[in-house]
Ligand binder design. Structure first.
Ligand code: NAP
Length: 307
């Protein structure tokens, strides 16, 4: 299952069971295949319908995505996960977009239907479930300080607003990206009556304690911290003490931001549980069955440790 397939393999695809796959570029390091195949193995022990379900990985460059989606549909793949850089690109290529995925503007889960792909976004569910599980906090009612304005931040922001956070602050390095996100979120925040604030990371640092919310749930959705020598996206000591810090990054397991939270004694968690829960939601969409989340988590941890 660790084989990295390409579009060329799809042309003469011979697997006769129910096929699922993750599409990305690059894709070799994705934890999704071991996580989903472990869950499918477990499901098969209690329901023989799942005995021949398998999850594959495909490296698909972005220019090939439109052709690939047609081919995967023609080959009757039952479901697909999409990861970087396909989540936004795929939105225009699906027949039906789930209502909850529309404001996010991206899909990470496709379900085969006769008329074409049905698109969903399970990242927001993954975030909410992970924050609840790891930090015993809910997005509903929380004052959230979200770092980043890329794809992951967009999904997080929509989920925070949809679940009724108390206020949403967004800080990003590049002002133009921040402004685009704020413009898209303003109708949602306005309709829900939720205060929405935006500032650059530089402005956030310069404000210090002045005019920033205390006891915020800080969520890092920037990619700053993926390399262990990265600086944290923000100096936590310069902000009012947060209630908790969640970093979507899970490799390294302790990002510079989480190390800083630990040093301050602030509850913190990395993004592994988010990965597991977004995957579990995808599997639930494909199978309609209760998903063994613990099995998925153990498989993801084992695959990560084996790297
Ligand atoms: P993306 O669309 O490329 O966005 C990247 C974001 O990071 C942008 O806001 C960018 O700011 C910011 N950024 C990049 N380098 C930075 C730096 N050195 N300092 C400050 N900000 C920086 O990526 P994405 O898909 O949103 O992913 C973001 C992170 O979330 C990644 O680390 C990814 O692995 C993680 N993630 C985790 C999960 C999970 O399940 N745990 C799911 C999705 C994503 P600019 O606008 O200034 O470029």
């Amino acid at each position: 299952m660790d084989t990295v397939h390409t579009l060329a393999d799809l042309a003469h695809w011979a697997y006769t069971g129910t096929a699922l796959a993750v599409l990305g570029h690059p894709i070799a390091h994705s934890l999704s295949p071991p996580m989903h195949n472990a869950a499918l193995g477990r499901l098969a022990t209690r329901d023989p319908r799942f005995a021949h379900w398998r999850y594959f990985r495909f490296d698909i460059p972005p220019d090939d995505l439109p052709r690939a989606l047609k081919l995967f549909h023609a080959k009757k793949f039952h479901g697909l996960n999409l990861t970087v850089p396909h989540k936004v690109l795929a939105l225009a290529r699906v027949a039906v977009v789930d209502a909850a995925a529309q404001p996010v503007g991206a899909v990470n889960t496709l379900l085969h239907a006769d008329a074409g792909w049905h698109g969903f976004n399970t990242d927001g569910h993954g975030l909410a479930a992970a924050v609840h599980e790891e930090l015993r906090r809910d997005l509903a009612g929380a004052t959230v300080l979200l770092l980043g304005a890329g794809g992951a931040a967009r999904g997080a922001a929509v989920e925070c607003l949809a679940r009724g956070c108390a206020a949403l602050w967004i800080a990003n390095r590049t002002r133009s990206h921040l402004n685009t996100l704020l413009k898209d979120l303003t109708p949602l925040a306005g309709a829900a009556g939720i205060p929405l604030h935006g500032l650059t990371l530089e402005e956030l640092a310069a404000r210090g304690h002045a005019g920033l919310p205390a006891h915020a749930l800080v969520i890092n959705a920037t990619s700053s911290g993926l390399r262990s020598h990265d600086a944290p996206p923000v100096d936590l000591t310069a902000l009012p003490r947060p209630a908790a810090v969640f970093d979507m990054i899970y490799n390294p397991p302790l990002s510079p931001l989480l190390r800083a939270a630990g040093a301050l004694g602030v509850p913190h968690a990395n993004g592994l549980a988010m990965l597991v829960h977004q995957g579990a939601k995808s599997l639930e969409i494909w199978t309609g069955a209760p998903v063994p989340v613990g099995t998925m988590r153990a498989a993801a941890e084992a695959a990560l440790a084996a790297r």
